[in-house]
Design a protein around this ligand. Structure first.
Ligand code: VG1
Ligand code: CO
Length: 542
């Protein structure tokens, strides 16, 4: 039976950079997740009888939320829900399933790289039929519905058994519990030279893949160990846990420090990789060489033709604005366009759909291609393995050769996490107001050439997105970018992105923080970060 539950508007919940993210306790409030899900459904048209894909990263509250969404989808009139066994679907796998099965859309339960567990974060996002995150027009509509919602509809049927593959029903709706790995693994097999990668492993290539006790474990085991023959034990922390084993499932130099240290040690395997809570991020480390995500995008773009799925070459590259300009140089050489978009994967969707870009990436450990409409951690790892296998070069050699050819974009991101939200907003507002006065000024010996507040006009639908980050460009080509995070759940996070381009062959292998030291000092003093936030140092340096 379908119940109509009267409720009150819940203050208007606006999805951020990728969906709605809050503390678990917020989602556990009565009617909270129901209100959001109903707001999503209310913002959609013509989904009666259609298929909804559903899954999550396995974090605390995943199963409860899945049951709620299934019962609400049944009440809303969906024809079928395809849900990953155990409630599991990585974000890229959900995108693959949506596309392969022509689903109307999907709901993904994840707070990505944010910590999980009872006191951690939870999240929910809606993906459209193309497989990607809802564009701004859809998230704005969800936000509007959430301000006025007065009731939601839900079936009072018993919970669905999520652990048995196959078909059951809730009301008139079919619930199809599917293998979360199968469609995804098949897609990877169609893109990459699995024989070459198999030969690489059988020839003694060693690797450690850290799934960070998050969703990628089952995917990595099935593909790397079972299909490609990587040694058993290559995948570590391969069991998805509701609290990610107490770790922060964020593949960066702070939260995947053990992996980094291993790769820099005498016992290093040939390659190390990690991915985040929902499997869309990746970190690539060669023996003795960390690959920045910005460089990874550029190197993948330059070498993608070595993988069977991309042998015809790429039509274009897209990168988020704060991502380094390394990809731009590859695009120039290939004679294709490099699009610069606001932060967040949703801005790549139109470019990929229109065939304007083939590969895209973000500095935040996100890389992907037109095979799905999300960034894809394991895809990036397989692409690197494919490149290493075909070129018969180590990761470090590939990186060094890339810099020698294109020059190197020294790059770092400094995050000031959980600072006072008001102070962070004032900092950005005040700097924004001063942007016009900056060109021509000399700071610590560097001349500001121009400064602006990044705005983006989508080349496909013409939509305009403003206030996407403050950019300060210097005469020597260096750049500092400031923006506030849209994914945090406590206070505000100020992100500062710093970059310098170097071509001198003698200066290609220097320490990043040292090479950027003068810019880092300017980045701190220009908006007086310490004076305004009380933070002398960032909390995370990548
Ligand atoms: C961060 C990253 C951004 C990424 C987003 C979602 O956003 O900077 O590049 O797209 O997380 O990543 P923000 O607004 O906090 O800077 V995740 O892996 O959700 O899926
Ligand atoms: Co993620």
């Amino acid at each position: 039976m379908i119940r109509v539950v009267a409720t009150s508007p819940f203050d208007g919940q606006k999805p951020g950079t990728s969906g709605l993210r809050k503390k678990v306790q917020v989602f556990q409030q009565p009617h909270y997740i129901e209100n959001f899900v109903q707001s999503v459904f209310d913002s959609l048209d013509d989904y009666q009888g259609e298929t909804l894909v559903l899954g999550g990263d396995g974090r605390y509250y995943n199963r409860e939320a899945i049951q709620i969404v299934i019962k609400m989808a049944a009440a809303a009139g969906f024809g079928r829900v395809m849900v990953g066994k155990g409630g599991i679907l990585s974000t890229p796998a959900a995108s693959a399933v949506i596309r392969k099965h022509g689903a109307f859309g999907g709901i993904i339960l994840s707070a990505s790289h944010n910590p999980g567990g009872e006191h951690g974060d939870f999240g929910i996002k809606y993906n459209i039929g193309a497989g990607g995150p809802a564009p701004e027009s859809v998230t704005d509509a969800i936000f509007e519905k959430s301000k006025t919602i007065a009731e939601y509809r839900i079936s009072d049927a018993p919970d669905v058994d999520l652990d048995t593959l196959g078909i059951t029903r809730v009301e008139d709706m079919v619930v199809d519990v599917v293998d979360p790995v199968e469609d995804y693994a098949e897609l990877m097999g169609s893109l990459f030279d699995f024989d070459a990668i198999r030969d690489l492993f059988s020839g003694g290539f060693t690797m450690r893949f850290d799934a960070m006790s998050a969703v990628t474990g089952p995917y990595a085991r099935a593909i790397l160990e079972e299909t490609l023959g990587a040694a058993p034990g290559t995948v570590v922390h391969g069991e998805p846990l509701p609290d990610f084993g107490g770790h922060h499932p964020d593949p960066n130099l702070v939260h995947a420090r053990d992996l980094y240290d291993l790769l820099m040690s005498d016992d290093a395997p040939d390659m190390g990789a990690a991915s985040d809570g929902d499997g869309d991020r990746n970190m690539i480390i060669g023996r003795g060489r960390f690959v920045t995500p910005s460089d990874s995008l550029a190197i993948i773009a330059a070498n993608a033709h070595l993988a069977p799925g991309y042998k015809a070459g790429i039509t274009g590259i897209a990168r988020s604005m704060p991502t380094s300009g390394a990809a731009d140089r590859v695009a120039e050489k290939l004679g294709v366009t490099c699009y610069e978009t606001p932060t967040g994967w949703k801005f790549f969707g139109n470019l990929l759909d229109a065939g304007l870009a083939t590969v895209c990436g973000e500095e935040s450990f996100g890389t992907g291609s037109n095979h799905v409409r999300e960034k894809d951690g394991l895809w990036a790892v397989l692409m690197w393995l494919n490149i290493v296998a075909v070129r018969e070069r180590s990761v470090a050699e590939i990186v060094a050769e890339h810099w020698a050819t294109y020059g190197r974009n020294y790059y770092t991101r400094h995050d000031y996490e959980e600072v006072d939200a008001g102070a962070a907003e004032d900092l950005v507002a005040d700097l924004r107001a001063r942007l016009e006065t900056l060109p021509g000024t000399v700071i610590n010996g560097l001349t500001v050439e121009r400064a602006d507040d990044f705005a983006y006009t989508d080349p496909v639908d013409g939509s305009v997105t403003t206030k996407q980050g403050l950019r300060v460009f210097f005469a020597d080509g260096s750049r500092i970018v400031y923006r506030l995070s849209g994914t945090g759940t406590a206070g505000a996070t100020l992100r500062v992105y710093i970059e310098r381009f170097v071509t001198d062959p003698a200066r290609l292998d220097l320490d990043t923080q040292d090479t950027l030291a003068d810019l880092i000092a300017i980045a701190r003093s220009l908006p007086d970060i310490e004076g305004r936030t009380g933070r002398a140092e960032p909390s995370v340096i990548t």
